[in-house]
Structure formats: C-alpha cells, structure tokens
Design a protein around this ligand. Sequence first.
Ligand code: PEP
Length: 250
Amino acid sequence: MRYKLVAGNWKMHGSLAENQALLEAIVPATRDLARVDVAVCVPFPYLQQVRDLLAGTHVMWGAQDASRHAKGAFTGEVSADMIAEFGARYVIVGHSERRTYHQESDALVGAKCQAVLGAGLTPIVCVGETLEERERGATEEVVARQLEAVVDAVGAAGLSRCVLAYEPVWAIGTGKTAAPEQAQEVHAFLRRRVAERDSAVAEGLTILYGGSVKGASARALFSMPDIDGGLIGGASLVSEEFVAICKAAQ
Ligand code: PEP
C-alpha cells in the first residue's frame, strides 16, 4: 500500500515571521498521523530557515523549481545540487505556473526531472490540462504527452523515484476543485499509462491531486483508489486548513 503525501506549495508567499508561525502550528498538529508524509515546498531564500525549523521533525521540505543545468553562467538559476545542500527532499517540477509564465516545455520539464533525480532529490512532477483542453476532450492526450516527456527523459526507473501530481490548470487557485470521480479518472489513466511501461512502477507511483483542495474537500478526493494525497497551494498557507487536509489523508 502506498503512503499518502500532502505537500504544500507556498508559491511566492511567506516572510521569516509568517513561515515560523505557520510551521510552529503545522509540526505538532501533524506529528502523529499514520501513513501520511507531510512536506512544504518553499521559495529558495527560505530553505535555510525551513531547514533549521524542521530539522529533526517529521515534516519534509523542498523547493518549487530547479535548473536543468548543474552549474555555469545561468544568472538567476538555482541548481538541484544547491537545493540538496539544504537537506531538501522534494522539488516541484513543471508546475503549470512555470509552464505558462516561463514557457517551460515538456522537454525542459523532463530535463529538470533528470537534474533533480541526479541530485538525489524527488521531483514532484506536475501535469494537467487547461479548461479549453478539457472542454474539447483532450485531457488524456495532454497529460499523456506531458508524462511521456518525463519518461523519455528519466525512464521507468527514474519515474519510480518521482512523485506525479495531476493538477488541472482550471482548478489551480480558482476555488474550483475537480470532483473526486473526475480526478480519479485521470489518475487511473496516468497509472495505466505508466503500467504499459512497467506495472511495478505504476503500482508504487504516488500520484497527488492538486487544484483548490481545502480541508472540506480533501477526504473525498483522498478516498479515491488512485489519489495518493495532494499538492496544496493556497490552503497550505493557512495552518488550520493545511492540518485538516493532512488529517484527511489518514
Ligand atoms: C498549486 O499551486 O499547486 C495548487 C494546487 O494551488 P491551489 O491549491 O491554490 O489551487
């Protein structure tokens, strides 16, 4: 049986004071959950603070992006090895906000996954369709294409060291959560696609749902057989909501 994972994506939010207050609320309230891993993915400048606050606790931490390059003249970029130095476990890769605002292609997302795995970290690879793509019936085609680019880059063995996150773009930050059955359909599709390459990898793969998950909607989503937890944006900044979501994953 796969463990559940609830990972917060703080996006470009936080301050030293806010982060401390948030983590001091989350850590004790999620300490005794059974079979639920908890993580927060934070802006780069806060990696050191989060490492100091979370060291020795059950809550893991990570970043929200990494360069495809190991080092060099890439001003403003941060390498996966640098992130690993802070004791991080996860790096979000291919979030729709990066695909949209930073023109990240499927091939670049694959290359970033490779770089993150090379640093010994776990990529949380995001896939998902826009509203326009869903409405014209292209959801499976889109997520399959995004998944294939990752498998082409890292192989089935690499994928076994990734977490996949299905995040319909129309549900991110909009307050519109996918219905549990609607999300399950895509999760099951993704798992079947992976199984065509390697059934053991498919069975072990953690597939998160992301898109306006709240404490009130989490339990029904997480009770679906192929939904292994959540990637949580807005609600990860509100301790009561995030804790409620973590508890719903039990
Ligand atoms: C996200 O940023 O990955 C996300 C799912 O955001 P939200 O929960 O705010 O929709």
